[in-house]
Design a protein around this ligand. Structure first.
Ligand SMILES: Nc1nc2c(ncn2[C@@H]2O[C@H](COP(=O)(O)OP(=O)(O)O)[C@@H](O)[C@H]2O)c(=O)[nH]1
Ligand SMILES: [Mg+2]
Length: 175
Protein backbone atom coordinates (compact mmCIF):
# COMPACT_ATOMS: atom_id res chain seq x y z
CA UNK A 1 0.00 0.00 0.00
CA UNK A 2 1.30 3.48 -0.88
CA UNK A 3 1.94 5.92 1.96
CA UNK A 4 -0.59 8.31 0.41
CA UNK A 5 -3.17 5.52 0.67
CA UNK A 6 -2.27 4.86 4.31
CA UNK A 7 -2.86 8.58 4.98
CA UNK A 8 -6.40 8.09 3.82
CA UNK A 9 -7.07 4.99 5.90
CA UNK A 10 -9.28 5.80 8.87
CA UNK A 11 -10.05 3.43 11.72
CA UNK A 12 -13.52 3.85 13.18
CA UNK A 13 -14.22 1.77 16.25
CA UNK A 14 -17.68 1.03 17.61
CA UNK A 15 -18.16 0.13 21.25
CA UNK A 16 -21.31 -0.24 23.31
CA UNK A 17 -23.40 -2.79 25.16
CA UNK A 18 -25.23 -5.57 23.27
CA UNK A 19 -28.20 -4.64 21.09
CA UNK A 20 -27.55 -0.89 21.21
CA UNK A 21 -27.23 -0.82 17.41
CA UNK A 22 -23.51 -1.05 16.61
CA UNK A 23 -23.89 -3.55 13.79
CA UNK A 24 -26.87 -1.64 12.40
CA UNK A 25 -24.75 1.52 12.45
CA UNK A 26 -21.92 -0.25 10.62
CA UNK A 27 -24.44 -1.45 8.04
CA UNK A 28 -25.91 2.02 7.71
CA UNK A 29 -22.48 3.14 6.59
CA UNK A 30 -21.71 0.26 4.32
CA UNK A 31 -24.97 -1.07 2.89
CA UNK A 32 -28.25 0.14 1.57
CA UNK A 33 -30.46 -2.55 2.99
CA UNK A 34 -30.83 -2.86 6.73
CA UNK A 35 -32.06 -6.08 8.26
CA UNK A 36 -33.96 -5.51 11.48
CA UNK A 37 -33.52 -9.01 12.85
CA UNK A 38 -31.08 -9.12 15.73
CA UNK A 39 -28.03 -11.37 15.23
CA UNK A 40 -25.58 -10.85 18.08
CA UNK A 41 -22.07 -10.20 16.74
CA UNK A 42 -19.54 -12.81 17.81
CA UNK A 43 -15.94 -11.71 17.76
CA UNK A 44 -15.12 -8.96 15.33
CA UNK A 45 -16.83 -7.70 12.22
CA UNK A 46 -14.80 -5.45 9.92
CA UNK A 47 -16.38 -3.35 7.21
CA UNK A 48 -14.64 -1.19 4.64
CA UNK A 49 -16.37 1.88 3.27
CA UNK A 50 -15.09 4.32 0.66
CA UNK A 51 -16.01 7.90 1.44
CA UNK A 52 -14.66 10.89 -0.53
CA UNK A 53 -11.09 9.75 -1.04
CA UNK A 54 -10.92 8.10 2.36
CA UNK A 55 -11.11 4.42 3.18
CA UNK A 56 -13.03 3.94 6.40
CA UNK A 57 -12.35 0.71 8.27
CA UNK A 58 -15.25 0.16 10.65
CA UNK A 59 -14.50 -2.16 13.58
CA UNK A 60 -17.60 -3.66 15.14
CA UNK A 61 -16.75 -5.77 18.16
CA UNK A 62 -19.24 -8.19 19.72
CA UNK A 63 -20.96 -6.22 22.48
CA UNK A 64 -20.19 -8.74 25.20
CA UNK A 65 -18.11 -6.83 27.72
CA UNK A 66 -15.78 -9.81 28.07
CA UNK A 67 -14.73 -9.32 24.45
CA UNK A 68 -13.90 -5.69 25.06
CA UNK A 69 -11.81 -6.50 28.13
CA UNK A 70 -9.96 -9.25 26.25
CA UNK A 71 -9.28 -7.46 23.02
CA UNK A 72 -9.38 -3.80 24.02
CA UNK A 73 -5.72 -3.13 23.35
CA UNK A 74 -5.73 -4.36 19.75
CA UNK A 75 -9.22 -3.12 19.24
CA UNK A 76 -9.04 0.42 20.58
CA UNK A 77 -5.44 1.40 19.91
CA UNK A 78 -4.88 3.07 16.57
CA UNK A 79 -8.50 4.21 16.37
CA UNK A 80 -9.08 7.55 14.69
CA UNK A 81 -12.64 7.84 16.01
CA UNK A 82 -14.34 5.81 18.73
CA UNK A 83 -18.13 5.81 18.70
CA UNK A 84 -19.81 4.76 21.93
CA UNK A 85 -23.26 3.57 20.91
CA UNK A 86 -26.12 3.71 23.42
CA UNK A 87 -29.77 2.80 22.91
CA UNK A 88 -30.75 6.03 24.73
CA UNK A 89 -32.51 4.25 27.63
CA UNK A 90 -31.53 5.83 30.97
CA UNK A 91 -30.11 2.54 32.20
CA UNK A 92 -27.94 1.94 29.16
CA UNK A 93 -26.72 5.54 29.03
CA UNK A 94 -25.64 5.36 32.67
CA UNK A 95 -23.80 2.06 32.09
CA UNK A 96 -22.08 3.49 29.03
CA UNK A 97 -20.14 5.90 31.22
CA UNK A 98 -17.94 2.99 32.28
CA UNK A 99 -17.15 2.15 28.67
CA UNK A 100 -16.21 5.77 27.97
CA UNK A 101 -13.86 5.85 30.97
CA UNK A 102 -12.36 2.56 29.87
CA UNK A 103 -11.77 3.78 26.30
CA UNK A 104 -10.40 7.11 27.58
CA UNK A 105 -7.90 5.26 29.72
CA UNK A 106 -6.62 3.45 26.63
CA UNK A 107 -6.49 6.15 24.03
CA UNK A 108 -6.24 9.34 26.12
CA UNK A 109 -6.41 12.43 23.96
CA UNK A 110 -5.10 10.59 20.90
CA UNK A 111 -8.57 9.90 19.56
CA UNK A 112 -11.99 11.54 19.86
CA UNK A 113 -14.63 9.54 21.72
CA UNK A 114 -18.08 10.44 20.45
CA UNK A 115 -21.43 9.15 21.71
CA UNK A 116 -24.26 8.05 19.47
CA UNK A 117 -27.66 8.27 21.17
CA UNK A 118 -29.23 5.64 18.94
CA UNK A 119 -32.88 4.55 18.58
CA UNK A 120 -34.09 8.15 18.64
CA UNK A 121 -37.17 6.97 16.71
CA UNK A 122 -38.39 5.51 20.03
CA UNK A 123 -37.92 8.63 22.17
CA UNK A 124 -41.56 9.69 22.05
CA UNK A 125 -43.01 6.22 22.54
CA UNK A 126 -41.00 4.73 25.40
CA UNK A 127 -39.24 7.36 27.47
CA UNK A 128 -35.81 7.15 25.92
CA UNK A 129 -33.67 10.24 26.28
CA UNK A 130 -33.08 12.72 23.48
CA UNK A 131 -29.48 13.30 22.48
CA UNK A 132 -29.12 16.48 24.57
CA UNK A 133 -30.04 14.66 27.77
CA UNK A 134 -27.67 11.84 26.84
CA UNK A 135 -24.91 14.39 26.28
CA UNK A 136 -25.57 15.98 29.70
CA UNK A 137 -25.01 12.61 31.33
CA UNK A 138 -22.05 11.41 29.28
CA UNK A 139 -20.15 14.72 29.06
CA UNK A 140 -18.86 13.95 25.58
CA UNK A 141 -20.08 15.14 22.18
CA UNK A 142 -23.30 13.23 21.47
CA UNK A 143 -25.30 12.88 18.29
CA UNK A 144 -28.82 11.46 18.06
CA UNK A 145 -29.46 8.84 15.38
CA UNK A 146 -31.87 6.11 14.25
CA UNK A 147 -29.52 3.62 12.69
CA UNK A 148 -32.38 1.53 11.27
CA UNK A 149 -33.42 4.43 9.08
CA UNK A 150 -31.39 4.42 5.83
CA UNK A 151 -32.07 8.14 5.34
CA UNK A 152 -29.84 8.82 8.38
CA UNK A 153 -26.76 7.67 6.43
CA UNK A 154 -25.96 11.23 5.33
CA UNK A 155 -26.17 12.42 8.92
CA UNK A 156 -23.70 9.76 10.04
CA UNK A 157 -21.36 10.59 7.16
CA UNK A 158 -21.47 14.27 8.04
CA UNK A 159 -20.55 13.43 11.66
CA UNK A 160 -17.57 11.45 10.34
CA UNK A 161 -16.64 14.14 7.84
CA UNK A 162 -16.32 16.73 10.61
CA UNK A 163 -13.74 14.49 12.27
CA UNK A 164 -11.78 13.63 9.11
CA UNK A 165 -10.22 17.09 8.80
CA UNK A 166 -9.13 16.95 12.42
CA UNK A 167 -7.66 13.48 11.88
CA UNK A 168 -5.49 14.75 9.03
CA UNK A 169 -4.22 17.64 11.18
CA UNK A 170 -3.51 15.33 14.15
CA UNK A 171 -1.51 12.98 11.93
CA UNK A 172 0.56 15.81 10.47
CA UNK A 173 1.39 17.07 13.96
CA UNK A 174 2.46 13.59 15.00
CA UNK A 175 4.89 13.11 12.09
N1 LIG B 1 -36.10 1.10 16.74
C1 LIG B 1 -34.79 0.98 16.46
N2 LIG B 1 -34.20 -0.21 16.50
C2 LIG B 1 -32.87 -0.28 16.22
C3 LIG B 1 -32.11 0.88 15.87
N3 LIG B 1 -30.83 0.49 15.65
C4 LIG B 1 -30.80 -0.83 15.84
N4 LIG B 1 -32.02 -1.31 16.17
C5 LIG B 1 -32.42 -2.70 16.45
O1 LIG B 1 -31.78 -3.13 17.64
C6 LIG B 1 -31.43 -4.51 17.55
C7 LIG B 1 -29.95 -4.67 17.87
O2 LIG B 1 -29.18 -4.03 16.85
P1 LIG B 1 -27.67 -4.46 16.53
O3 LIG B 1 -27.16 -3.48 15.54
O4 LIG B 1 -27.59 -5.88 16.17
O5 LIG B 1 -27.00 -4.21 17.96
P2 LIG B 1 -25.49 -4.52 18.43
O6 LIG B 1 -25.56 -5.71 19.33
O7 LIG B 1 -25.07 -3.30 19.19
O8 LIG B 1 -24.64 -4.76 17.21
C8 LIG B 1 -31.81 -4.96 16.13
O9 LIG B 1 -33.07 -5.59 16.19
C9 LIG B 1 -31.89 -3.66 15.37
O10 LIG B 1 -32.80 -3.71 14.27
C10 LIG B 1 -32.79 2.15 15.83
O11 LIG B 1 -32.23 3.20 15.56
N5 LIG B 1 -34.13 2.13 16.15
MG1 LIG C 1 -23.50 -6.47 16.77
Amino acid sequence: MLSSEIDKLVKITLIGYPATGKTTLAKLLSENEINQLYFPTHGLDLKTVKFDDYILRVWDLGGQSTYLKTYSKDYLLGSDIIFVVTDSTPRNVLSSRDLINYACHFVGKACPIIAIANKQDLVKSDGRMDHKRVEDILHIKTYGLSAINPSERMKLLSIIKKELNKIVIRRRLKN
